[in-house]
Write a protein that binds this ligand. Structure first.
Ligand code: NDP
Length: 258
């Protein structure tokens, strides 16, 4: 049990990577607080995760509500040892077709809210806590049509390093998981049928040397390392789980000679 007696807060814990991480953390002995907006998936996650979980409905883009919810959670379960700022949204913002509202929605959710999640959690963090931000390979990928999303994830990468230096005096570590394409509901708007999802999996998976998308559980296990005392002297880093897509792209099947 690598997280015995620890309390973890996971934003966006009712779906995808956040939900998989909640499960892994609970299996490793943690008490987990999950947040999200959708009451149905929050209730379903609470039921599926069982006794070790507290689910709270809060929109991460509402900084005041976030502060209130985190104070309430800490009052119920105690100070946090782990914060996983995971909540995020996808969405294309092609040049020539994007409104300021669409652009700002991605910025406010994936960038601004990550800062205010950490700020709201801070008074309730144990010294030597572990903060984990959720980045993306889009920070360095250069994919057409995804400028706002990529900019937020490049900003998260910068925030990981900034916050790591800023919170070090309290012994608080700040690290990042950096998923490549991972099979979660975030892709549903872009692949609404099973066939479309299979085609998307083949296309995204085919961009990496290991030839497949990641499973949510594989990101959760990287988060587990950063959350646990196994990484006690590790701060300011990112663990990339992308099958080699960003570090060794020439190994992808499409680039191989045979
Ligand atoms: P999901 O869509 O499965 O989960 C997203 C989670 O974020 C949901 O729990 C959702 O809750 C929550 N969320 C979104 N907006 C808000 C908000 N305003 N307030 C509160 N909660 C919110 O996607 P993933 O699990 O894939 O995404 C998790 C993180 O991983 C994101 O930051 C994403 O950018 C990142 N990531 C994902 C990759 C992938 O390929 N899947 C690749 C790289 C990074 P609710 O539904 O209740 O709003």
């Amino acid at each position: 049990m690598r997280l015995r007696n620890k309390v973890a807060l996971i934003t966006g814990g009712n779906s995808g990577i956040g939900l998989a991480t909640a499960r892994v953390f609970i299996d490793e002995g943690a008490r987990v607080v999950i947040t999200g907006r959708n009451p149905e998936t929050l209730a379903a996650a609470e039921k599926a995760l069982g006794a070790g979980v507290l689910a709270l409905k809060v929109d991460v883009t509402d900084a005041a509500a976030t502060e209130k919810a985190f104070a309430e959670a800490a009052g119920k379960v105690g100070k946090f040892d782990i914060v996983f700022a995971n909540a995020g949204i996808g969405g294309a913002t092609p040049l020539g077709e994007t409104s300021p509202e669409q652009f700002n929605q991605i910025i406010s959710t994936n960038l601004t809210a990550v800062f205010f999640t950490v700020q709201a959690a801070l008074p309730h963090l144990h010294d030597s806590a572990s903060v984990i931000l959720n980045g993306s390979v889009h920070a360095v990928l250069g994919a057409p049509g995804w400028t706002a999303y990529a900019a937020t994830k490049a900003a998260v990468r910068a925030m990981t390093r900034n916050m790591a230096s800023e919170l070090a005096p309290r012994g608080i570590r700040v690290n990042q998981v950096t998923p490549g394409g991972t099979k979660t509901p975030i892709w549903s708007p872009m692949a609404q049928t099973e066939d479309a999802m299979s085609a998307l999996e083949a296309r995204i998976g085919g961009m990496s040397p290991l030839g497949r998308m990641s499973e949510a559980d594989e990101i959760a296990k990287a988060a587990l390392y950063l959350a646990s005392d196994d990484s006690a002297n590790v701060t300011g880093i990112e663990i990339t789980v992308d099958g080699g897509m960003t570090s060794a792209p020439s190994g992808a099947k499409i680039f191989r000679a045979a």
